[in-house]
Design a binder for this molecule. Structure first.
Ligand SMILES: *Cc1c(COP(=O)(O)O)cnc(C)c1O
Length: 403
């Protein structure tokens, strides 16, 4: 059994893993997340390798079709990560130097970085205290004549209120891009996140629900954008390597614009296809564990767990709690106490504007972002988590809370 102590990722301990592995020396430590991977994924990757086609090919195309169907989008374009998915989304919108893009600071730093890759300036908007997401009011407060797009995040799996955001962006004449890195299978108004999105970007990093090791996807209903995204991920080429391979005549490609190498491999896509088949089971299990946390934390004073917003349902990719400002010792002391109890929790979502990379950011004060980032933490939640493990987490929280 291999354990990545830096990320808390461990290999699968699920029911379909082979018996007879050596005892895990860290078995007592409760990780924050374990990817749900098993023999089926291993076989799929092995089949891809043995097929002789390992770069972007038929398995990527099949993964794209399955992904589009699952998220309710017309087109899905596989890329190397959500970061590159965000970058290409901004490129097809024509975002460039001199432009501003409104983004939440409360997000993994890749959201803001993608705007800089496009040569534009991220302008940070504050978020809603309950959901951690942008609202029409927080976007409106920082929008300027140079604003060319809004990039909203479905934070930790909690869906943003995209119906309100899409309507406001339509009024303002601004495209809305959705960073759905964490939100596979979350819903808004009964429809999957991604349904009706202009452009949505997805991640398959092992910290997310569906993983391919590394990987990403862009979904859209626009056929022309999808075609251009396919070119941009592959050096701006007008014919893909797969098309050239399939042709019995030599196809002379040409390079229509400066593109990138942002491709996914067929080995990754093979794993992704199996993972997508597990998604509904994954979400049902996470929601069951989240409900059990809710119940157990009800009488622990000084903290508020994240919950479904009125407009949709979370996949509970992250289960975080927001501490009252006078919580004994504060968040970092609580993280320390949990570590002492053998529980790997994580600080809550970061705030990009507080990092040195964005020391010179434009924009106003972000009080809610700073409050959430300072006072929240993400609790362990993984499919093989036992009631005993969950009770240990709750007991450690209760002790520090003085309840
Ligand atoms: C993880 C994450 C990303 C980056 O995803 P990668 O696939 O690792 O590039 C971007 N945005 C958000 C909100 C994320 O959580």
């Amino acid at each position: 059994m291999s354990t990545d102590h830096a990320t808390g990722h461990t290999t699968d301990r699920g029911s379909d893993s082979p018996a007879g592995r050596p005892a895990d020396p860290t078995a007592d430590r409760i990780p924050v997340m374990i990817p749900w991977l098993g023999e089926e994924e291993a076989r799929a990757a092995s089949d891809a390798v043995l097929s002789g086609w390992v770069a972007q090919g038929p398995r990527v195309a099949a993964f794209e079709r399955a992904f589009a169907e699952r998220t309710g989008a017309e087109h899905a374009v596989a890329v190397s990560s959500c970061t590159t998915a965000l970058h290409l989304s901004l490129v097809v919108l024509g975002i460039g130097p001199g432009d501003e893009v409104v983004v939440p600071s409360l997000s993994f730093i890749a959201t803001a970085n993608a705007v800089r890759y496009a040569g534009a300036e991220p302008v940070f908007a504050d978020v809603d205290l309950a959901t951690g997401n942008l609202t029409t009011a927080t976007v409106d407060a920082v929008r300027t004549p140079r604003t060319k797009a809004v990039l909203a995040v479905h934070q930790g799996g909690v869906p943003a209120d995209v119906h309100a955001l899409r309507a406001a962006c339509a009024d303002w004449g601004l495209p809305l891009v959705e960073d759905a890195a964490c939100a596979i299978g979350s819903t808004v108004g009964g429809k999957p996140v991604g349904h009706g999105a202009l452009l949505a970007a997805w991640s398959f990093h092992p910290r997310k629900l569906v993983t391919t090791g590394e990987g990403g996807m862009i979904t859209t209903d626009d056929a022309e954008w999808a075609a251009r995204l396919r070119r941009l991920r592959e050096h701006g080429m007008n014919a893909s390597a797969a098309q050239r391979h399939a042709s019995d005549r030599p196809l002379l490609e040409s390079y229509l614009e400066v593109g990138f190498n942002y491709r996914m491999t067929d080995i990754q896509a093979a794993v992704g296809l199996v993972q997508l088949g597990r998604l509904d089971t994954m979400i049902a299990r996470r929601r069951e564990l989240a409900a059990r946390y809710d119940e157990a934390l009800r009488d622990v004073p000084g903290l508020t767990p994240v919950r479904d917003p009125g407009h949709g349902q979370s996949n509970f990719q992250s289960y975080w709690v927001l501490l009252d400002e006078d919580f004994p010792g504060g968040r970092d002391a609580l993280l320390g106490a949990l570590a002492d109890a053998g529980v790997s929790a994580r600080r809550g979502i970061m705030a990009a504007h507080l990092e040195p990379a964005y020391a010179d950011h434009p924009g106003g004060p972000l009080p809610v972002t700073e409050r959430i980032s300072r006072d929240s933490l993400i609790l362990p939640l993984f499919h093989t988590m036992t009631e005993i493990q969950q009770d240990r987490v709750v007991a450690a929280l209760r002790e520090q809370a003085g309840g």
